[in-house]
Design a binder for this molecule. Structure first.
Ligand code: UDP
Length: 249
């Protein structure tokens, strides 16, 4: 079965217009095909970065699935008349996938030493269908990469979760996907910190208000530089909207 994904371009970056359920089905399909794949879940700040960084945009173009991991991304799509169905965050997508009950071999790569192991324990408790076939922290040196690939390859994961932060995880997936041809690679940002209990996810009420970024900022003030691009993103979307109105689009 081929999967026709309606793909829009938002501030030049491709995003797939799928619901959460459809995105889960797409990942399941990639896993079933056993021919690898790359999944990216940019939020508003990643979208802003991609606009300035053609190499990051090119990676998103080559991904098999790109989902909008941010209320701001969905908001922008609506303002610009290309409505995405809903927010599809990486963590929601994965938790829904795990809850389907199918056996899934996972490798967790990323976060500070000990975090991926802790996350693996918590995930295995919550989802008995998961087989965590390996973990490694995300602070390895470039010269250790070949060793890392061999470790992952030997473990034969269906899915490699790559939590190295944007854009390092996207670059890593792009550079190594040909060497891990049977695994689906997915960029997961700070998910391991959440599953390990080191970061709290925003309550649903904050998420509904589009304030998940603020909740995370309170826990990690060092993210202030990254978050400061959000007003620029909003301004750019409004400027584009104005342009569309003037041009009668
Ligand atoms: N991280 C990592 N290696 C690095 C840089 C970051 O493993 O060289 C991890 C970091 O410990 C955290 C995750 O990447 O667990 C997400 O980082 P960040 O918050 O910067 O990224 P975002 O979630 O916004 O993509």
């Amino acid at each position: 079965m081929t999967f026709m994904t309606p793909r829009i371009r938002l501030l030049k970056t491709p995003i797939d217009a799928l619901s959460l359920e459809e995105a889960v089905a797409r990942v399941q399909q990639l896993v079933a095909q056993g021919q690898g794949g790359m999944v990216c879940t940019p939020d508003t700040t990643a979208l802003w970065r991609a606009q300035q960084d053609p190499a990051l945009r090119a990676i998103y173009e080559e991904a098999d699935l790109v989902t909008p991991d941010g209320t701001g991304v969905v908001w922008a799509s609506r303002v610009l008349g290309m409505a995405l169905p809903e927010r599809v965050s990486g963590i929601d997508l994965l938790e829904r996938l795990f809850a389907c009950g199918r056996t899934l071999r996972l490798f967790l790569l990323g976060a500070a030493p000990g975090v991926a192991e802790q996350a693996a324990l918590k995930l295995a408790e919550r989802y008995p269908n998961l087989r965590i076939v390996g973990t490694h922290h995300g602070y390895f040196r470039p010269e250790e990469n070949e060793q890392m690939i061999a470790l992952i390859d030997q473990a034969q994961p269906d899915v490699v979760l790559v939590g190295l932060g944007v854009p390092r995880q996207e670059r890593w997936m792009q550079e190594n996907r040909a060497k891990l041809r049977k695994s689906v690679l997915m960029g997961v940002g700070g998910c391991f910190d959440v599953w390990a209990g080191r970061l709290m996810r925003a309550p649903v009420s904050w998420r509904r208000l589009g304030l998940e970024w603020l909740y995370r900022l309170i826990q990690e003030p060092k993210r202030v530089a990254r978050v400061s691009t959000i007003p620029l993103f909003v301004l750019e979307v409004w400027a584009l909207k104005l342009l569309y109105l003037i041009m009668g689009r």
